[in-house]
Design a protein around this ligand. Structure first.
Ligand code: NAX
Length: 333
């Protein structure tokens, strides 16, 4: 049988991790024949809670789960790891400015980048979930120079899933009948959810989403706005941020990165911009990508970008540039 792979989850005592750890441990991400060692990282005050999570994981009696490590030391958590899911971050407290939160969180990702650089496998695949996710991933990559930049990503799959489900509901088909919705840019309210190139299958007929929806106003306004603000809507209703759906999106993101995307399908991942679609290089920007069977992604090229889309893509790029500038400054002190 296969050797276990080493998977680190940070923020392991938090609410997203509570769903995510179970999915990883039961084979939803790396397959039903791939044993896993789980490395759970959180901060010192959470070690008691984390012991409880560890007990529960053991009590699930999962056949694929081997070693379970609970630690507050990044160099222990990232030791020889193959995949790192960076979920942990400081939550926004009342009265806290967006800028203060950004400063506090990017420093966490500087430290974690340095630790990954030192102890993780050079092939480690990193997905950043903790907010501001794109900018945190950018800082993490910057402080892990010995690891290729292509190995760092941030999660926009939850936004993609939200978009896909919303279109499916509108057209009246199951979620998997909708393909190739795109999230461009930042995982924030400036993101641009784009269905211009998406397709839907209805009554055994494949057509473009634009054709199926027949409602340009919805596509350009309601749809975009609802996807952009869905996170806030969940917080308002649940008094807690998205957790089940966030964990499911992380599973989708890493599974597709690990195994590849099906022919003709692309997925959205925030990755290092290479200047594609005139986005500034060096930002972690969400693009449509295809992934091959050796964990290598390629940004989908040649999509037509109309003026409406271009304007939206620029707004989110500008926000990312501002965040990056603030983050670089915060990392100096
Ligand atoms: P919780 O507050 O429930 O859990 C966060 C955990 O991270 C806590 O246990 C905390 O102790 C831990 N933590 C804090 N600093 C740490 C550090 N330096 N090292 C390791 N662990 C640390 O939050 P949860 O609901 O699980 O959300 C986690 C993060 O995901 C938040 O930043 C949230 O904003 C972000 N989200 C990102 C999404 C995305 O699509 N990119 C969607 C869901 C979610 O809102």
């Amino acid at each position: 049988s296969k050797e276990p792979i080493r998977v680190c989850v940070t923020g392991a005592a938090g609410q997203i991790a509570y769903s995510l750890l179970y999915s990883v441990a039961k084979g939803d991400v790396f397959g039903k024949d791939q044993p896993v060692n789980l490395l759970m990282l959180d901060i010192a005050p959470m070690m008691g809670v984390l012991e409880g999570v560890k007990m529960e994981l053991q009590d699930c009696a999962l056949p694929l789960l081997r070693e379970v490590v609970a630690t507050d030391d990044p160099e222990v958590g990232f030791k020889d790891c193959d995949v790192a899911m960076l979920v942990g971050a400081m939550p926004r407290r009342e009265g806290m400015e967006r800028k203060d939160l950004l400063a506090a969180n990017v420093k966490i990702f500087k430290v974690q980048g340095q630790a990954l650089d030192k102890v993780a496998k050079k092939t480690v695949k990193v997905v950043v979930v903790g907010n501001p996710a794109n900018t945190n991933a950018c800082i993490c990559a910057k402080y892990a120079q010995s690891i290729p930049r292509e190995n760092f990503s941030a999660l926009t799959r939850l936004d993609q899933n939200r978009a896909q489900a919303m279109v499916a509901e509108k057209v009246g088909v199951p979620a998997d009948a909708v393909k190739n919705c795109i999230i461009w840019g930042n995982h924030s309210s400036t993101q641009f959810p784009d269905v211009q190139h998406a397709t839907v299958e209805k009554n055994n007929q494949k057509m473009s989403v634009i054709e199926a929806v027949k409602d340009d106003n919805w596509v350009k306004n309601d749809f975009v706005k609802t996807v952009q603000t869905r996170g806030a809507a969940v917080i308002k209703a649940r008094k807690l941020s998205s957790a089940m759906s966030a964990a499911k999106a992380i599973v989708d993101h890493v599974r597709d990165w690990w195994f590849g995307t099906p022919e003709g399908t692309w997925v959205s991942m925030a990755v290092m911009s290479d200047g594609s679609y005139e986005t500034p290089e060096g930002l972690i920007y969400s693009f449509p990508v295809t992934i091959d069977s050796s964990h290598k992604y390629t940004i989908v090229q040649g999509l037509t970008i109309n003026d409406f889309a271009k304007e939206k893509m620029d707004i989110t790029a500008k926000e990312l540039q501002e965040e990056k500038a603030m983050a670089m400054e915060a990392c100096q002190d």
